[in-house]
Design a protein around this ligand. Structure first.
Ligand SMILES: N[C@@H](CCC(=O)N[C@@H](CS)C(=O)NCC(=O)O)C(=O)O
Length: 207
């Protein structure tokens, strides 16, 4: 099984965390999006990362890949089977991908990606305005939803993976969740990013 994509990407990190949780062996090709790699191009029709090649079965999109992996490698399950828990888990996966990512990625792009990898100047005003104006509703919502160790029920799931992955990119942008203002969220982010699966997926970016 080959996973394509640098784990600097929160979407690639989702896939790596799922595989580490399941203890499944895999090869990692840490390419960037639109990479000139024939295997990657075959697996990713629109050139986005991540993409997967499982013995010739090609699949793009982190959500599709996570659903595939959970069906193929069911232990431990990352998608709850009970109806309400499953609905909530899929909601948080979508919330992470479609609501958190576009906003939380802005400081990462400005403070980390542009100066370090694109040789461009950081637009700090843009980063700070996003943090000040767009972060509070998202972080307040998450703070209101955390009642225990996990976002859904009493088990780690795609919900935790898809939301927490974005917070690692924020750390790279020198942003930590304010534990005074969002105590439950700050504790949950720290605990989730300290899981061995997240630690391994994050370390993969340094290879
Ligand atoms: N819905 C996709 C989104 C993947 C995605 O947007 N990846 C970014 C990197 S973080 C990418 O490849 N961007 C290149 C582009 O948008 O052309 C998923 O969940 O995998």
């Amino acid at each position: 099984m080959i996973v394509y994509g640098t784990s600097m990407s929160p979407f690639v990190r989702k896939v790596l965390v799922a595989l580490y949780e399941k203890g499944a062996p895999f090869d990692h090709k840490p390419v960037f999006f639109h990479a000139d790699d024939p295997g990657f191009q075959a697996a990713s029709p629109v050139g986005k990362i991540p993409a997967l090649d499982d013995d010739g079965y090609l699949l793009a999109d982190s959500s599709a890949i996570l659903h595939y992996l959970d069906a193929k490698l069911p232990t431990p399950g990352l998608i709850p089977s009970e109806a309400k828990a499953r609905g909530r888990a899929v909601w948080f996966e979508e919330f992470g991908d479609a609501e958190l990512f576009p906003t939380l990625i802005v400081p990462f792009v400005e403070r980390f990606l542009k100066p370090r990898m694109m040789k461009q100047e950081c637009d700090e005003a843009k980063a700070q305005a996003t943090i000040d104006e767009k972060f509070p509703p998202l972080l307040n919502y998450l703070e209101s939803q955390i009642t225990g160790d996990y976002l859904v029920g009493d088990a780690f799931s795609i919900a935790d993976i898809s939301v927490a992955t974005n917070f690692h990119n924020l750390r790279l942008a020198n942003f930590e969740v304010d534990a005074g203002r969002y105590p439950k969220l700050a504790a949950w982010v720290s605990k989730t990013l300290e899981r061995p699966s997240f630690v391994s997926a994050i370390a993969a970016a340094k290879n």
